[in-house]
Design a protein around this ligand. Structure first.
Ligand code: GAL
Length: 807
């Protein structure tokens, strides 16, 4: 792909060879890799499995979870084979004139401890698996065939969750004229904004290695693509130089959550009047204010932070980045009313930020989960002293032009927060100063779960806006210590649940474990330090100065199967509001009823309980209305309203004495005048009789990357969902697409993700359908066949051609 004259960007996706292990001479151009696996990058070698309790098993006490003795933490990093060494090799052709050009390789992220070789020469290395980095290949390349080799080394006991393995983000080869915009070399800020104008300051670092007169012409384009201002400067450079340009734009179209409009600064670099580089810097015009009294304000208007924390994995796809899969996550989160994400606990893929800019989602971007004091034996503390500055600068330089980013988080629950050793105060100041050196416009933050310690030892005081993890009951106490600090919940709730599982009697559950290794979806369960969503809501509502909260977590993720950390085969988290394969759990509707501008009326649990006839089966309703009446087979169970004064009824409407009888469960919501506003109905399901297939889109792009997500629901002969069905479903695809993964959201399933079959979990499973690389467009048919009787259903999609450009 060419991004302008002079600059040629090639995304290196196809043609990679891959092998696990450490082979001597694997960097050499002559090495015989013909027996190696052919892979497409981004690639996560571990996601194909197999799952095994011994994979990265760590016998350790997780003190944050209250462990007092070491225990075998079986599913902590997902039970997948991500530990070990591996090699990637790629042959790529370069043109005859390459000796007159500059050549750079850019990695969005390699997990981890990567070493890069070109034509047998060692180039450089970057150990932190979440960092983006670039190396200069100019001295090593030649015209014709070149050999790139990347060595990866994943240590055991290096993470508290599934990290992924290998070249799991994109790689680009960039060739440039000798004079060009430096890597991540532009920075746009908008210091003064009012209704009629905005000042835009543009800074560009120009790479130059000879004495030359360089001209920089920057044109500013509004969100509709119209050029609205242009500025040209020239300088005599004999080495790298910096241009500072400034324009005033009239009637700025602001970036906001509802209207995420972006401008673009297009820079043309000219030498002797000839354009040698073109570089686009997308940016947004918006103002941020973090007030200790009036919350968070975007463009002068208060916006509650309705946020979630997210790890980087994409469920059954593992860590391998896919734009469509991230877009699907954001679509679901927006539908729930979520407007913010904390990228816990490390820098995300660049695609997440591009999409957050596009979707209007605010981002707190987090750098580290560990500083100098260890959480895991081979965690980031082993790198901190040598790499923290480079990694933090890399994160901020890459991402500082994204309007979605509102704060830089320097760390999560670093153990320095409650100790005097390791100089927590000094380290915080060191990181904070780096962040402000790279970007003085955004505050720094951190997530502290020991606020008293962090306040006392100066760690909290050395970030701009300290974040409190799991403190909904104590916001006021922290505020009394420092009334000048804005207050927000950087991590909240940590409610745990398994989609579609309900257990009786219904009660608040702390650290409850069951033989099923599942957790009830009445959404009242959590580990000791955590709470149900309702308590976190109250923390925000009762303290109007609070900016908002970031729920742990938006989606289930691989690893950290609390409370079943030592109970194999639990291998993925229970914290998600949405399950691992993207199906909303019941909690989704509780958040939606509070956060979204939507008419929500959702009943918990399902109504198919053959073994519970006549038994007390409480019903909860998550709704945007205040008053709801419940009917069982037409018999009213009473009208109930949310009550501000009662914690239990404040955010949900409940009927605790309902006796189960098969048939119909109906909820009728009333508006404030007492009129019927909406009804919802669930019917008792009969035996599984068929499958219902629903895709999240009608077409995908035939680019080898785009995906559709097809949800398969087991239904009875009347079309009712069978909420406890676990039938095996087999899939076949015709046309230019293939099954990239399957999933069902069951945290205890050790069935592989990369197969063409799946058992339904509580009535549902998902197929990740991906366009076939190299194929052209056409019709796609996915066929699903259910065991044991063999009922089939199909769904049709289109693969659309949109040129051959990589996305
Ligand atoms: C927090 C931690 C998260 C996750 C969570 C589970 O303390 O920051 O990474 O472990 O607990 O509740």
């Amino acid at each position: 792909m060419t991004n302008g004259l002079g600059r040629v960007i090639t995304t290196l996706k196809d043609g990679w060879k891959f092998e696990r292990g450490d082979m001597p001479d694997a960097a050499s151009p002559d090495f015989d890799d013909s027996q190696w696996e052919c892979v497409r990058v981004p690639h996560d070698w571990a996601i194909t499995g197999p799952f095994d309790r011994e994979n990265d098993i760590d016998v350790v006490a997780i003190t944050e979870d209250g462990d007092t003795a070491a225990r075998p933490q079986t599913g902590r990093t997902g039970g997948l084979p991500h530990v070990g060494k591996a090699w990637y090799r790629l042959k790529c052709d370069l043109p005859e004139d390459i000796s007159t050009r500059r050549v750079r390789i850019e990695f969005d992220g390699v997990m981890s401890h990567s070493k890069v070789y070109c034509n047998g020469h060692y180039v450089d290395s970057w150990p932190f698996g979440y960092a983006s980095f670039a190396f200069d290949l100019t001295p090593h390349v030649k015209p014709g065939e070149n050999t790139l080799a990347v060595f990866v080394d994943n240590k055991p006991h290096a993470s508290r969750w599934y990290p992924g393995a290998g070249i799991y983000r994109h790689v680009r080869l960039v060739t440039l004229a000798p004079v060009h915009v430096a890597h991540w070399g532009t920075c746009v800020t908008t210091p003064d904004i009012d209704e009629t104008s905005a000042t835009v300051k543009f800074r560009a670092e120009i790479a130059c290695d000879s004495t030359t007169k360089v001209e920089l012409e920057t044109t500013f384009m509004d969100p509709d693509g119209n050029a609205v201002a242009s500025i040209t400067d020239s300088q005599d450079l004999s080495a790298d130089g910096v241009f500072e340009q400034q324009v005033t734009l009239a009637n700025p179209m602001l970036w906001s959550i509802d209207e995420p409009q972006r401008y673009c600064a297009r820079s043309l670099v000219k030498v002797d009047g000839e354009v040698v580089d073109r570089y686009d810097t997308p940016f947004g015009i918006r103002s941020l204010l973090f007030s200790p009294d009036d919350g968070f304000q975007l463009n002068g208007e208060r916006v509650p932070l309705n946020g979630v924390c997210m790890h980087h994995d994409l469920g059954p796809l593992g860590a391998a980045v896919n734009r469509a899969a991230i877009a699907r996550q954001l679509t679901l989160l927006k539908e729930m009313g979520c407007n913010a994400i904390r990228t816990s606990h490390n820098p995300p893929a660049p695609e997440l930020l591009e999409l957050a800019d596009e979707f209007g989602i605010l981002i707190i971007e987090e750098a580290f989960d560990e500083w100098r004091e260890k959480k895991c034996d081979n965690g980031y503390h082993t790198l901190f002293d040598e790499w923290a500055e480079k990694d933090l600068r890399a994160m901020i330089r890459r991402d500082r032009n994204h309007p979605c980013v509102i704060m830089w988080s320097l760390g999560n629950e670093v153990r320095e927060q409650h100790k005097e050793e390791y100089d927590g105060r000094g380290v915080t100041k060191f990181l904070h100063d780096i962040a402000h050196d790279e970007d003085p416009t955004r505050p720094t933050t951190g997530g502290f779960n020991n606020p008293w310690g962090a306040i006392d030892n100066g760690v909290a005081g050395n970030v701009d806006v300290p974040g409190w993890n799991y403190q909904p009951r104590y916001y006021n106490r922290h505020r009394l210590r420092h009334p000048e600090w804005p207050v927000y919940g950087s991590e909240t709730s940590s409610c745990t649940s398994s989609r579609g599982e309900y257990y009786f009697p219904v009660e608040d559950e702390k650290d409850v474990k069951r033989d099923s290794l599942h957790i009830s979806s009445y959404d009242l369960s959590s580990p000791g330090w955590a709470c149900c969503p309702d308590v976190s809501f109250a923390g925000v509502d009762d303290n109007p100065y609070v900016l908002g909260e970031f729920v742990w977590t938006g989606f289930d993720y691989l690893g950290e199967p609390t409370p079943y950390n030592t109970e194999w085969p639990s291998r993925s988290s229970y914290f998600g509001i949405i399950d691992l394969c993207g199906i909303p759990k019941s909690r989704f509707y509780l958040y939606q009823s509070r956060w979204a501008d939507k008419e929500t009326l959702h009943l918990v649990p399902h109504w198919t309980w053959p073994e519970r006839e006549g038994e007390t089966t409480p019903v909860h309703c998550y709704t945007s209305w205040k008053t709801v009446e419940l009917f069982v087979n037409g018999v009213s169970q009473g009208k109930r309203s949310k009550h501000f004064k009662s914690m239990t009824n404040r955010y949900r409407v409940m009927w605790s004495g309902v006796k189960y009888a098969p048939g119909e469960l109906k909820a009728v919501a009333y508006d404030d005048e007492g009129n019927v506003a909406k009804e919802t109905l669930i019917c008792t399901a009969g035996a599984p009789a068929g499958l219902h297939l629903e895709a999240d889109r009608e077409s995908i792009v035939a680019d080898g990357d785009d995906m559709a997500f097809v949800t398969i629901t087991v239904v009875d002969d009347k079309g009712n969902m069978c909420p406890r069905a676990d039938n095996l479903v087999r899939f076949t695809v015709e046309g230019p697409a293939y099954i990239a993964a399957v999933g069902n959201g069951d945290q205890t399933s050790v069935d592989p993700f990369t197969v063409d079959w799946r058992k339904a979990f509580n009535g549902k499973c998902v197929v990740y359908l991906r366009s076939t690389p190299g194929a052209s467009g056409g019709h796609i048919t996915l066929k699903a066949e259910m065991a044991p009787q063999g009922q089939t259903s199909t769904i049709d999609l289109m693969a659309m051609c949109r040129g051959k450009e990589a996305r």
